[in-house]
Ligand binder design. Structure first.
Ligand SMILES: Nc1ncnc2c1ncn2[C@@H]1O[C@H](COP(=O)(O)OP(=O)(O)OP(=O)(O)O)[C@@H](O)[C@H]1O
Length: 338
């Protein structure tokens, strides 16, 4: 759906060059929800603006649904953009128009006749759950409702791609989940490909199929959401994971744990695959070893768990060594050291 090949964007200001997007290559597949996550300044918004042609690429090629975006003139871009809907953090609704008027606007621009416009507006209002709000004005709606209008407006002309740039960042956690639920419905029921730009791990874990992690203009990790976040390879991905799941003890926590527990402390990784952990732990008693769970965190992504547990193992040295060796055959085991 979106094919980005070796794309860079360099902003020039005076003698300074700033590379906002640095040699990025990625493919968003038709029908998926693809997340781009990164901290402020990573280049996410610039990448989205390159996808819809609001910024021109400095290098590389970019196509959306087979339409070339890079290197095109404004007239060709206008046509390509009809296939792309976009929603924004601040909703960008026109306050002087009713909700129906906002949703109708892109249909007017696209030249739809009045009867068709009316029917489509009502259809979209029903789809986003605002069937009874047609005559309201944006100021009379909550943030979540405004974003629903934004989604209805973006989808009115039936694009095949929806770009959501920090679309839930201005919303509280509960409303965020409602809007994410609606984006999932857009994807499931209408088959629209969704690209979500975010700095929030929860957004990715709630709805995305695949993710690209951006840092300093580059994509530093990319893949299936579960694979990337259950086994992060870069510091930036690990930082995102740590916002949702407690990590293995750091040096300070390890010292504190050692002060409070006299047993042998080990941290084990939990992933969906290693069902063998339970088996090993359930036989510990037979070896004269007991355990306490003293710290840890578990999370579910795409219906699969990942995380880690810190265990205090109690028993004689030889049995402990044997147990640790056995655990090491089914998962990653690290001694907790201060
Ligand atoms: N029009 C512009 N002119 C000059 N520099 C720009 C322009 N747009 C973005 N930049 C710079 O490019 C870099 C990437 O910005 P971008 O907005 O794409 O990042 P981001 O990951 O979306 O962050 P945020 O969430 O804060 O918007 C930043 O250093 C920013 O200052």
């Amino acid at each position: 759906m979106v094919v980005i090949e070796n794309v860079s964007k360099v902003f020039k200001s005076g003698k300074e060059n700033l590379t906002a997007v640095d040699n990025v290559s990625l493919t968003v597949r038709r029908g998926e929800i693809f997340a781009i996550i990164g901290y402020s300044g990573a280049g996410k918004s610039t990448l989205v603006r390159l996808i819809n042609g609001l910024e021109s690429v400095s290098e590389g090629t970019l196509t959306v649904a087979g339409h070339r975006i890079s290197g095109q003139k404004e007239s060709a871009l206008r046509e390509a953009r009809q296939n792309i809907g976009m929603i924004f953090q601040q909703f960008n609704l026109m306050n002087s128009r009713t909700i129906a008027g906002n949703i109708e606007f892109p249909l007017k621009v696209a030249g739809w006749d009045k009867a068709k416009r009316r029917a489509r507006v009502q259809e979209m209002l029903e789809f986003v759950g605002l069937g009874d709000r047609a005559k309201y004005y944006p100021d009379q709606l909550s943030g979540g409702q405004k974003q629903r209008v934004g989604i209805a407006r973006a989808l009115a002309t039936s694009p095949s791609l929806l770009l959501a740039d920090e679309s839930t960042s201005a919303l509280d956690p509960e409303t965020t989940q409602e809007v994410l639920g609606l984006l999932k419905k857009v994807n499931d029921e209408l088959g629209i490909t969704v690209v979500v730009i975010t700095h929030e791990m929860d957004v990715v874990s709630s709805i995305a199929d695949r993710v690209a992690v951006m840092e300093k203009g580059k994509v530093v990790e990319m893949g299936n959401v579960y694979d990337v976040f259950s086994n992060p390879q870069t510091d930036v991905a690990r930082r995102f994971v740590s916002t949702t799941v407690k990590q293995a003890p750091n040096a300070f926590e390890a010292a504190e744990l050692k002060r409070r527990h006299r047993g042998y402390l080990v941290n084990i990784e939990i992933t969906e695959g290693n069902t063998g952990i339970g088996k090993v732990l359930s036989y510990l008693g037979n070896r004269g070893v007991h355990f306490n769970i003293v710290q840890g965190g578990l999370e579910t992504l795409q219906g699969k768990s990942y995380g880690n547990l810190t265990l205090e193992l109690l028993g004689d040295i030889t049995s402990l060594d044997a147990v640790v060796a056995e655990l090491a055959t089914v998962t990653t085991v690290k001694e907790v050291r201060s």
